[in-house]
Design a protein around this ligand. Structure first.
Ligand SMILES: [Zn+2]
Length: 664
């Protein structure tokens, strides 16, 4: 072959090769690499978000508490080009005027986010049905299916919380996963907030084709790029719905709270703050109608007293002083102190009620003798093993801290208050560095500057029931049928007081219900150990307090109950707690004390708070609501505000916590 022939052949091969490469590339681009097709169709596709179903919420016995209900929002994609749009037909379906149509469009334009805006919220079903048939004509409009909460119960609102539309601030502050879009719902309070990430699920996507006028032309590439949404996880709570509902009934027409805990696990069985509201009152669709009303209600139903309100504990605090006295070896189980209708020192006299004489520690607990515990507390803080009273007080206070007092417990219920066990610095300041037993004598019997929330009180009684330890109270049992609950709820908090000391105090608590201050409130066949308390309230009638657990051995339930402005603990708080114990341990039986049950159910002890208080608390609730939208650090501030307001109840304000921490 000639040289020229060779060159021609090379040229032909080169041309064929280049052609082949192009053909392969073209084939690849058009047939294999769909990204090219995607690019080509960029102007004619639309991605619709499919909202997942929110996780369902159950009680500890697998009874459904919260579920979902679909509703429909009509949205529009931006820009709103509405050429050749059948406005009249569209307005007829929605039953709105043309003016309203224009108004809605203007409003929508102001709220465009990621290329779309809501035009009509919560479509009535018949409008939704009529629209669906003609949706292809109304190009830029599309329907978003959303889910609202529904409830199987009228109780538990303060625990469950509620969901709501995400705020602008929350949108801006959301983390890198960028999960939320405008108009999305998010847990704003309660368990809905705490377990938001588990409950929310994973969004899906539907890619659809749209024509040049923006009209939907059906699924793109047969749904090849669609993503199926993943439902939120099932959240099983520790609540016992039957007990929760029963406690709500008993607390009806009363102000206060009841918290019941399973001592061996720290699981919250019941948490009632009364007055309450029905969970359904604050669903997405009902919130607008009800929130203002609830906020203005002078009985403060939005306020979660169980975790936010802090009260002086009263006589129930004597249990702790007894335990500390034993551990510090300043008293023994057999120690007796005289009671001369109370206790006198210098020019002070602390009254006591009539009761048998020569009481030892058990008898003093059962009869709630003030003199006994004034003596005990004096021995504790004048203990010669410490260099001075102040030093002894620090040791006493450290015991209190071990019981979870003076701090948020860190449960999964929001707006917990810290309560207050004053620091020595607080008393230094208050008494000009000169203070001793007589200055703080009221701490002997749970009055004075100390403040405890009902949740903390329930935790203390759990720790006593366990004879020296507790688990942080919590409402989560399982997430998606796995027991993978946060580690902090499985961590044992040990109290440095010997088990044998607890047994002595527990014996006294048992006697309380046999021949002590709560003798008539016991339940036959159940060994209940309890302690009554009647807390002085400078604003009116005393608060009734009772804490108890049962049975005495292997306790299954521990309860703290406080009824504001009710009077004696034994009259009002003890029956509520013991009736609950009966209900919980004997399950669905009719109460063995129908008269006591009826008296409690019928009692109306609600007192409308003074207007000044209610205004302050209303403001506080408003701040709380705003705070929902803020970050964690600001949340801490609010709780402090709550704490301050709550202290109104006690008249005495605790020293600013920050200041105290600084002083430490
Ligand atoms: Zn006495």
């Amino acid at each position: 072959m000639s040289k020229g022939g060779n060159r021609n052949l090379s040229l032909i091969i080169a041309v064929i090769a280049i052609g082949l490469i192009y053909s392969i590339r073209l084939f690849y681009l058009q047939v294999i690499d769909t990204s090219y097709v995607e690019f080509a169709n960029a102007n004619s596709k639309k991605i619709l978000t499919i909202h997942p179903n929110r996780g369902l919420i159950y009680d500890r016995h697998n009874k459904l508490i919260a579920f979902n209900d679909n509703f429909y929002d009509l949205s529009i994609s931006y820009p709103f080009s509405l050429k050749n749009f059948d406005t009249i037909g569209f307005c007829n379906i929605l039953n709105i005027s043309k003016e309203n149509f224009i108004e809605r469009l203007k409003k929508a334009e102001k709220t465009v986010y990621k290329g779309s805006a809501t035009f009509y919220k919560n479509l009535e079903y018949y409008k939704y049905a009529a629209l669906q048939e003609r949706m292809y004509e109304f190009g830029k409009f599309y329907i978003e299916i959303k889910t609202d909460r529904m409830y199987k119960t009228n109780s538990g609102a303060h625990v469950l919380g509620y969901i709501g539309e995400i705020s602008k601030k929350q949108l801006e502050k959301q983390n890198e996963d960028g999960y939320y879009s405008k108009g999305d719902f998010i847990g704003l309070a309660g368990l809905e907030k705490y377990y938001e990430k588990d409950l929310r699920g994973i969004k899906g996507e539907e890619v659809i084709l749209v024509d040049s006028r923006g009209r939907q032309q059906g699924s793109y590439l047969k749904g090849k790029f669609d993503k199926t949404p993943v439902s939120g996880k099932k959240v099983t709570t520790t609540l016992d719905l039957m007990l929760q509902e029963y406690a709500s009934k008993l607390m009806q027409n009363k102000a206060g709270s009841v918290v019941a805990i399973e001592p061996s696990t720290g699981e919250i069985l019941t948490l009632v703050s009364s007055p309450a509201y029905k969970p359904e009152a604050l669903t997405i669709r009902n919130k607008k109608l009800n929130y203002g009303k609830l906020l203005n209600d002078p009985t403060l139903p939005l306020y979660n007293r169980a975790v936010t309100a802090a009260y002086p504990p009263g006589s129930v605090f004597k249990l702790l002083n007894g335990l500390i006295g034993l551990e510090e070896e300043v008293i023994y189980p057999e120690t007796t102190f005289p009671c001369y209708r109370g206790y006198s020192i210098a020019n002070l006299h602390v009254n006591c009620h009539p009761h048998p004489q020569n009481l030892d520690l058990r008898g003093a607990v059962a009869n709630s003798c003030n003199a006994y515990f004034c003596n005990t507390f004096k021995e504790i803080i004048e203990n010669p093993k410490y260099k001075n009273t102040r030093d002894a007080y620090i040791h006493w206070r450290n015991f209190m801290l071990q019981f979870g007092l003076d701090n948020k417990l860190g449960s999964d219920i929001n707006f917990e208050s810290e309560g207050n066990i004053p620091t020595p610095e607080f008393y230094d300041k208050m008494h000009n560095n000169r203070w001793g037993f007589t200055r703080i004598i009221s701490l002997s019997i749970g009055q004075g500057e100390i403040l405890i929330t009902p949740l903390q009180m329930a935790n203390v009684i759990s720790a006593i029931a366990n004879r020296g330890y507790y688990y942080t109270p919590h409402c989560i049992k399982k997430i998606d049928d796995k027991n993978a609950i946060p580690v902090k709820f499985k961590t044992k908090h040990k109290i440095n007081i010997k088990k044998e000391h607890f047994e002595v105090v527990v014996e006294g608590m048992k006697q309380t219900l046999i021949n002590g201050t709560a003798a008539r409130t016991g339940i036959e066949g159940i060994e209940i150990c309890g302690k009554t308390g009647t807390v002085q309230n400078p604003h009116g009638k005393n608060h009734a307090v009772f804490m108890c657990f049962a049975p005495k051995d292997n306790p299954k339930i521990a309860i703290a109950c406080i009824v504001e402005n009710a009077g004696y603990g034994a009259t009002w708080a003890a029956p509520i707690a013991t009736l609950m114990i009966e209900k919980y341990l004997k399950r669905d039986t009719v109460s063995s004390k129908p008269e006591m049950e009826e008296r409690i159910l019928k009692a109306y002890l609600l007192k409308t708070p003074k207007s000044k208080d209610s205004v302050e608390k209303k403001n506080e609730l408003e701040r709380e609501e705003i705070n929902n939208q803020k970050t964690d650090t600001s949340k801490r501030k609010t709780t402090k505000t709550n704490f301050k307001n709550v202290a109104l109840i006690t008249e005495k304000l605790a020293l600013n916590k920050n200041e105290r921490k600084k002083n430490n």
